[in-house]
Design a protein around this ligand. Sequence first.
Ligand code: ADP
Ligand code: MG
Length: 485
Amino acid sequence: MRSLSFSLFRPINLHRYYHKRKKIIWQSFIFCRGRCIIHFMNLNDVWTNALRELELEIPRAGFAAWFRQAAIESFNNGVLMISVPSLFAKEWFEKHYHSSITTILSAALPNLHHIEYSIKKNSHPIIPQEAPITNIFVNQKDGLNPKYAFETFIVGSFNELAHAAAVAVTESPGLTYNPLFVYGGVGLGKTHLLQAIGNEIKTKKKEKNVLYTTSERFISEFISLIQQRQPLASFKEKYRGVDVLLIDDIQFFAGKTKCQEELFHTFNTLHERNKQIVFTSDQPPHIIPDLEERLRSRFAAGLIADISDPEPEARLAIISQKAKEKDILILQPVLEYISLIFQRNIRELEGVVTAIIAHSRMRKTPLSFEEAKHIIDQCKAQTKKSITATEILQTVARIYEINEQDLSQRTRRKEVVVPRQVAMYLLRNDFNASLSYIGKKFGGRDHTTVMYACKKMSHALKTDKQLGDMIKKIRAHLEGTSPSP
Ligand code: ADP
Ligand code: MG
């Protein structure tokens, strides 16, 4: 399960906002792990968004049955109360869904301290009672959410290989690139692309059986069958009987030997029959830890396409599209400022646009550059604040498998020098820390040493792909998207 430490115990951040009619509206800016939502105490929106993500993540059986009657009841002093209809449901939520719910909601509510469940017979559920039990946001049969389409996917040089490969796959599934392996950092569009492949094939080639799943779901279904000593036949049939299998976030298979074996056989069966397989991961196959060699080589046997950080034009195009979708005018300098300040995570970009849109809606006029800048700067400050220098050092040390103390000691051992320079570079480049602060943090080094390290890293990153992948991995861990190393 993903770490929650970034999102807990964050101070509540409330701003008074004076409405035109001099009414005071309390609003909180909510940012976390690249998400930023303006929250007008509308917990329904928070819950609806969480349901969309939960539906992709948790084992499907019973999703609608359990979540139909659940709702957010209140959110006070960091305690979020979720109402459920019975004691049985309460226990079920605590046992089965608590960690998924906590992970997802703590990303949307950074000041969330903990979650409790209360029994309430007639709560106001978000999922309409009349909705068919099988179909809410995601099609239960194939796991696809129609929201993710190629039409809304902006292409730039940062993702054009992955996009072109994805399109090719939809044109002749199983024949062009098999498997297709897409990797990239958090919030860069992997899930969007994977789902778009599924939706496109589903529309254009109706005879093809498509199935999207997350690794977590595959793993949890498999493990629960094993634990309950139930036959695996229907599980095997489900995953091996499709024409197109899309598996998201394959890195979660790391260290799970039995599940890897099952995946290996699933892969072989499908591949032998020329059935298309597409994987996504936050890292390329050779860096995913604790992965069997035979699986690693299967992943690498087709096409590996990476999605890197979006370039400025692409960022601008994405922001403009999001504003257009919402039918809101955002001034060009504001768009440019956002794309300058938020450089990596597309989810982060969406978040800040949401904040601007919410303000513009209230004002009913486009925000001036100064007003928008104020909001954007606050968004940025919030996303940065949540990660401390110590966490960066700890993460770098864990990923390079060295002692955290070694980073700040004067040793020049080769296995420590690069991680130390990486940590310095991240502090400087991603977190704007001053040279002297970084120097102090690393055992009282001179600021010129820090400057040298940062320059060296910037330079090396232009050619050293392996170093680039390591840094991406560290960033992904810092943003809380990967399991603990
Ligand atoms: P990942 O799976 O890589 O973490 P997602 O696919 O969930 O990222 O993308 C995060 C958000 O950014 C989604 O809302 C997605 O629609 C949006 N997004 C990502 N890439 C693009 C793109 N190229 N064009 C438009 N929107 C994008
Ligand atoms: Mg994803």
